[in-house]
Design a binder for this molecule. Structure first.
Ligand SMILES: [Fe+2]
Ligand SMILES: [Fe+2]
Length: 200
């Protein structure tokens, strides 16, 4: 089934198929928004490393992801430059803001960490799904290849975050919470509808 294949990562609500075509018409907005997504991905990993220097495994697996996300950021900047566009100010990210509101407060330090790791896993999974659509629908072959490469990279990050969460809480508890996250995320995606000027 399309929605359950390895690059949609169990997401409950597949993106509206019209999204990629609309996105293609707003490629400047998409690239600007995408650049900020990569920047936020890098900074989120840096924050986790700064907050948890005592967690060896976390520092070990997230450090190379910081470099990868930063290189994605750099490459999106290049795609903007090629087209004569500049980065400009960041825009409101309704998707991520809505997800942030669902982060459970309180609990143990481990529970708080798992919340953050699952949130990151989820954003990676949805990004991966959107990149897959861009890869398949973008007419510019160079940009299409770029999104193919990023789709694979973000799928790897998704797996890393989910795997890492299982280091700090029992697998069963992590997966139970993951299913709740998936359900809530589907509701958000459905509510936000199709926006061709945003990655999410
Ligand atoms: Fe990335
Ligand atoms: Fe990523």
């Amino acid at each position: 089934m399309e929605s359950k294949d390895k690059f949609t990562l169990g997401l409950e609500l597949p993106t509206d198929p019209r999204w990629a075509d609309i996105a293609q018409l707003h490629i400047r907005d998409i690239l600007v928004d995408h650049a900020y997504c990569e920047q936020k991905a890098a900074s989120s990993c840096i924050s986790l490393i700064i907050l948890h220097p005592d967690r060896e495994k976390l520092v070990e697996v997230l450090t190379p992801i910081v470099a990868e996300e930063w290189s994605h950021f750099e490459r999106v900047l290049l795609e903007l430059k090629k087209r004569g566009y500049s980065l400009g100010p960041s825009r409101k990210d309704e998707y991520v803001e809505a997800l942030f509101k669902l982060v459970k407060k309180g609990g143990s330090r481990e529970q708080q960490l798992v919340e953050k790791l699952l949130l990151n896993a989820l954003i990676e999974a949805r990004s991966c799904e959107r990149f897959k659509m861009l890869w398949k629908h973008i007419a510019d072959p160079e940009l299409s290849n770029f999104y193919h490469e990023l789709m694979i990279s973000e799928a790897g990050h998704y797996k890393t975050f989910l795997q890492l969460a299982k280091e700090y809480m029992p697998e069963e508890a992590v997966m139970a919470r993951w299913r709740e996250w998936l359900e809530a995320e589907a509701e958000i995606v459905g509510r936000l509808g199709v926006r061709g000027d945003r990655i999410h």
